[in-house]
Design a protein around this ligand. Structure first.
Ligand code: HEC
Ligand code: HEC
Length: 494
């Protein structure tokens, strides 16, 4: 009997020892995997994220000064979009969701083009910026049941909305204009706006019913948006989500981005105008625009159409802008503008993957910048009214006198490196027209050029769009930008 016990104990000890070795091996393997993952994540982070979030994750990247809201400071380990209770760290699934969707209405783009492994690696790197990730583990996500049918719940949701005091910040009609809305600040002291629910389908935390339920249940840490989990019966909370989603249906639905721009093959007239019917025969492509400095009424999309006869390329960009701003001569006036940007090195590669450039980042780029005031100056010159240009703007008028196009042809290799091409190489022509709250601007250039700084238009490539709204005080880096839009010539496979 005693021997049997001794034997059993020995066996158990051996088994335990074996298990311990296995566990230790697995841990070693995991930690070396983790080190490699973090290193890969660091490389992605430095290339794609640091320009906004900063090399050291403190939110102070080189273009952060242009951005509102400011990029997240990862050293503080405070995250808005969580399935975990208020004040807790997010789960990896939460962070992956944020990378997939980006943060709509802000400069934070979607990173859906990274592979799953790349996204996980960059998340591992983000976690190195704060010890919180070593000291704590994310709490369990809150339970989110199955979303009910909203048919009979919306009215009840409207009552909960009033009872819970949502209107205090979000306003009675949900337009983000409640009595407290003008005084709200986030925990870094920056002004913050309560979401306008009538602007449906563009919620930062996601716009599906489950997303809305999760967002107001767990709250948005670091902002005045409270967590309502447990404050009301579950059915009331679902009813609230139904009501909030319903409010979103009153406005225009979010635009859907196109995957590519197909350049139609058409005869081009000698001078192409914005309303030319050749553009009616080209398939429109939609690019989403992100206002780097978030505000109401920023254009959220632009339509791009392109036509080529094999010798020249004509691209038309159209976007919504309720006012026509072309008077740059007074300091307080800002002008409307639009730019197309082409990477100089097309083809696959790390620089290609970078989301958008506008000389912010990525490799060298060629930028065609149409300026409403340049066009006005040109047209007044043509009408012989150059002398009517206000006194004090003589320098401006002189510069304008040398111009033959309202479009400036530039190069850039990063923030602050914008350089106009030499006068002899200014070879982009075009014109813009504003009507009924929309700008249409045409850019035309020869396909073949001799200058090394010119975009190579002979084959398929990518372009990005930027838009400046003068009445919203946009200028220089303060603008709305798109991500890269791949283009190809009709009938030609990449
Ligand atoms: C163009 C600037 C920009 C770039 C580039 C950028 N971000 Fe962001 N990011 C932001 C801004 C701005 C916010 C804050 C949005 C807000 O508070 O509503 C943000 C927020 C975040 C958050 C916080 C989500 C939360 O729950 O609070 C994460 C995580 C994040 N970014 C990860 C990344 C990663 C990873 C990359 C690179 C792959 C990246 N970002 C690149 C601007 C950027
Ligand atoms: C004290 C002010 C305040 C109150 C009260 C408040 N909110 Fe908010 N809410 C905010 C702010 C500020 C934001 C925007 C946070 C951001 O953009 O980072 C927000 C954002 C949201 C969002 C997220 C939208 C998105 O972009 O994902 C939802 C959903 C929401 N609130 C629902 C509610 C509901 C429902 C109630 C009432 C139960 C409520 N809020 C009460 C201030 C408030």
């Amino acid at each position: 009997m005693r021997r049997r016990i001794a034997l059993t104990v020995t066996v158990l000890v051996l088994v335990a020892a074996g298990v311990a070795v296995m566990v230790a091996r697995r841990a070693a393997r995991q930690s070396s995997e983790t080190a490699a993952t973090v290193a890969a994540g660091k490389a992605i982070y430095q290339a794609q994220c640091a320009v906004c979030h900063g090399d050291r994750g403190n939110g102070k990247g080189s273009i952060a000064y242009l951005l509102s809201p400011r990029p997240r400071d990862f050293t503080r380990a405070v995250f808005k979009f969580r399935s975990t209770p208020s004040g807790e760290l997010p789960t990896d699934a939460d962070l992956l969701r944020t990378l997939d969707n980006g943060v709509p209405g802000t400069s934070m783009p979607s990173w859906a083009q990274l592979t799953d492994a790349e996204r996980r690696a960059v998340i591992a790197h983000i976690k190195t910026f704060s010890n919180e990730w070593k000291e704590r583990t994310p709490a369990a996500p809150i339970a989110i049941g199955k979303a009910p049918s909203c048919a009979s719940l919306t009215d009840r949701g409207a009552q909960v909305y009033v009872k819970a005091g949502c209107a205090k910040c979000h306003g009675e009609g949900g337009k983000g204009d409640g009595p407290s809305s003008t005084t709200l600040k986030d925990d870094r002291g920056d002004p913050i706006r309560a979401y306008d629910f009538t602007h449906g389908g563009r919620m930062k935390g996601g716009s599906k019913l489950e997303d809305i339920y999760r967002t107001f249940s767990t709250g948005l840490s670091g902002t005045p948006m409270p967590a309502y989990q447990g404050s009301y019966p579950d059915e009331d909370l679902w009813a609230l989500a139904c009501f909030v989603q319903e409010l979103g249906k009153s406005g225009a639905p979010p635009p859907a981005p196109s995957r590519e721009l197909v350049i139609a093959r058409e005869q081009l007239p000698p001078s192409v105008t914005p309303d030319d019917t050749i553009f009616d025969r080209a398939t429109p492509a939609t690019v989403l625009l992100r206002a780097l400095y978030a505000r109401d009424a920023a254009p959220d999309a632009a339509e791009v159409r392109a036509v080529s006869d094999g010798k020249r390329l004509a691209v038309r960009v159209e976007w919504r802008d309720s006012s026509q701003d072309a008077r740059p001569l007074r300091i307080e006036d800002f002008r409307d503008g639009v730019a197309l940007e082409f990477p100089l090195q097309q083809g696959e590669g790390a620089a290609e993957r970078s989301f958008y450039g506008m000389g912010m980042h990525s490799g060298p780029v060629n930028i065609w910048h149409w300026k409403a005031d340049w066009q006005l100056e040109l047209s007044s010159q043509i009408a012989g009214k150059a002398t009517a240009v206000r006194a004090g703007a003589v320098g401006n008028a002189m510069a304008a006198a040398k111009r033959s196009s309202p479009i400036e042809d530039l190069n850039a290799i990063g923030p602050g490196s914008l350089t106009p091409q030499p006068a002899a190489e200014q070879n982009v022509s075009g014109t813009g027209a504003w009507r009924d709250g929309r700008w249409r601007v045409v850019f035309v250039r020869d396909i073949e050029t001799r200058y090394g700084g010119d975009a190579d238009l002979r084959t398929a490539g990518k372009l990005a769009v930027a838009v400046w709204d003068g009445s919203a005080r946009d200028r220089d880096g303060q603008k709305s930008v798109s991500e890269w839009l791949p283009y190809r010539f009709d009938g030609v496979k990449n």
